[in-house]
Design a protein around this ligand. Structure first.
Ligand code: F6P
Length: 318
């Protein structure tokens, strides 16, 4: 029976990380497991920066955005010597298992620790929704809500001023935020990694659009080098004033919405249940509203699911 576990959040933070932390701490203590928190993700494991945590300390953190135990990108964790130090630090404290909340980089770190004798369970924590084994990642729903509210605001002012607005959203190579936000907000044009448009194609679509005044062009990050330049080209070709808005890290902040909180609590409780059952080196998924686990090493090799259905949905909606 596992007596001590540690919890860490790693990679880009997301709404729901604190919800996950609170739920894991509660579920662990309810099962007579002592929970520890690691500060700043894998960097904290290496720095020996962890401490015991109580239910009282996490009581109100679920209402907060970000992650109260901090996060970090720590590429040095790929080095064996660094990982050995981290494992030694955990063992010295008698910690046998680790719950890692984050995206694919976090999953890789967890898989490596499993190979080195630490039991690991991962939870998908990223706004990008780019973990192939799960329908939803923690943080996606709230980030999508933030984007929709922002685009609705842009629509107001664009309509008043008869403008085109380019909106760039995050996703790290995955179009889920952009496609879903485009469907919800009725964006006139959409360009994502799965269906990239060049500037000429954007202009053609804008010229053909039924919208008389405002037009929103939803764009995933990393497609165009300079969004302001794209806006200038569009303005020149269409004769309509064009602005560019990069939503940026605003999308990562804020407290998790109720659906996100519910999903996260379910995932966290399931993670503890699976750990007690003896699962190791797996991540928690939700598919067709059912919780399940899959080997992390299998997950990181999985192909991204096709976005064709979702893109068709967008095509039908404009
Ligand atoms: O993975 C989450 C994410 O916000 C991506 O959408 C984005 O590409 C990246 O992180 C940004 O990373 P950073 O905060 O390190 O600039």
């Amino acid at each position: 029976m596992i007596k001590k576990i540690a919890i860490l959040t790693s990679g880009g933070d997301c709404p729901g990380m604190n919800v996950a932390l609170k739920a894991i701490v509660n579920a662990a203590i309810n099962n007579n497991i002592e929970p520890y928190v690691v500060f700043e993700g894998y960097k904290g494991l290496y720095d020996n920066n962890f401490e015991k945590i109580t239910k009282e300390e996490v009581k109100f953190i679920d209402r907060k955005g970000g992650t109260v135990i901090y996060s970090a990108r720590f590429p040095q964790f790929k080095e064996l010597e660094i990982r050995k130090q981290a494992v030694n630090n955990l063992k010295a404290e008698g910690i046998e298992a680790l719950i890692c909340i984050g995206g694919d980089g976090t999953y890789m770190g967890a898989a490596k620790l499993t190979e080195m004798g630490i039991k690991t369970i991962a939870l998908p924590g990223t706004i990008d929704n780019d973990i192939s084994s799960t329908d939803y990642t923690i943080g996606f729903n709230t980030a999508l809500e933030t984007i929709v509210r922002a685009v609705d605001n842009l629509r107001d002012t664009s309509e008043s001023h008869n403008r085109i607005n380019l909106v760039e959203v995050m996703g790290h190579g995955c179009g889920d935020l952009a496609i879903n936000a485009a469907i919800i907000t009725g964006a006139e044009v959409l360009s994502t990694p799965e269906r990239k448009l060049d500037v000429k194609q954007i202009i053609e679509k804008l010229k053909k659009s039924d919208s008389k005044r405002s037009k929103i062009v939803m764009i995933s990050e990393y497609i165009y080098k300079d969004l302001n330049k794209v806006a200038q080209e569009i303005e020149k070709a269409t004769g309509q004033e064009t602005k560019a808005t990069i939503l940026g890290h605003i999308q990562r902040g804020g407290s998790a919405n109720p659906i996100e909180r519910l999903l996260t609590i379910r995932m966290a409780n399931y993670a503890i249940k699976m750990l007690i059952k003896g699962k190791n080196g797996v991540a928690v998924n939700i598919t067709d509203n059912k919780l399940n686990t899959k080997d992390i090493l299998e997950i990181v090799k999985m192909k991204r699911p096709s976005k064709e259905e979702l893109l068709k949905e967008y095509d039908k909606s404009i």
